[in-house]
Design a protein around this ligand. Structure first.
Ligand code: GRF
Length: 204
């Protein structure tokens, strides 16, 4: 049987990429990581992918005429590698229709807050500034909006009075590293579907 193939998209450190690659390596996640896509060739995640033996497409957006041009190249690669699911893990670019349309319902993202609270950049800083007592992690399907797609799974994280951006980020990362492999496993085994309302996500 053809393995379920994922492509991870990331722009920075890549600790979520690492958690996914480790889960695959240790047999806890039965998928193949077919590609890493990175818009910053110098990002640490590129070295992590090399070390894990994952093929990488690292590109500089400025070397392309437009977003459509580089996303067209990415779609070509995803199709060539028969990718089933696109996993955004700290990919700091808005995905446009060029990629969204061919992969509709097959792109997921992880966000460090309990959406719909604190979408967009610096969700952890936003949560601290707001003074919430609980924040968390959300994995959702990607649609055309900013962190607005159907929610697949969420986990809460308590905010302590002495939490700083760094200590809260560390707590959130720990949860992310468990939650993302768990959700990918659910999708790969066909246990996750979208309800008829196009909004609620159902788990088997
Ligand atoms: C994570 O906190 C994720 O929720 C957000 O970007 C961060 C990426 O971290 N979308 P890393 O590069 O996986 O360490």
């Amino acid at each position: 049987m053809k393995p379920f193939r994922i492509a991870v998209f990331a722009s920075g450190s890549g600790s979520n990429f690492q958690a996914i690659a480790d889960a695959v390596q240790t047999g806890k996640l039965d998928v193949e990581v077919g590609l890493l896509v990175c818009d910053k060739p110098e990002a640490p995640v590129v070295r992590r992918a090399e070390a894990a033996g994952v093929e990488t497409f690292a590109f500089r957006p400025k070397q392309y005429a437009s977003k459509q041009a580089y996303e067209t190249e990415i779609v070509r690669l995803l199709q060539e590698k028969q990718i089933d699911l696109v996993v955004l893990a700290g990919y700091m670019r808005i995905v446009s229709g060029t990629l969204l349309e061919p992969y509709e319902g097959r792109i997921v993202n992880i966000h460090p807050s309990l959406l719909p609270s604190f979408p967009g950049l610096d969700a952890i800083g936003q949560a601290l500034a707001h003074g919430v007592k609980v924040t968390g992690v959300t994995v959702h399907f990607v649609d055309g909006g900013m962190d607005t797609g159907p929610i697949i799974a969420q986990r809460p994280v308590e905010v302590a009075e002495d939490d700083t951006a760094d200590t809260l980020a560390a707590k959130i990362h720990r949860i992310e590293h468990e939650l993302y492999p768990f959700v990918i496993r659910g999708i790969a085994s066909g246990n996750v579907s979208l309800a008829e309302d196009g909004r609620r996500v159902l788990w088997k």
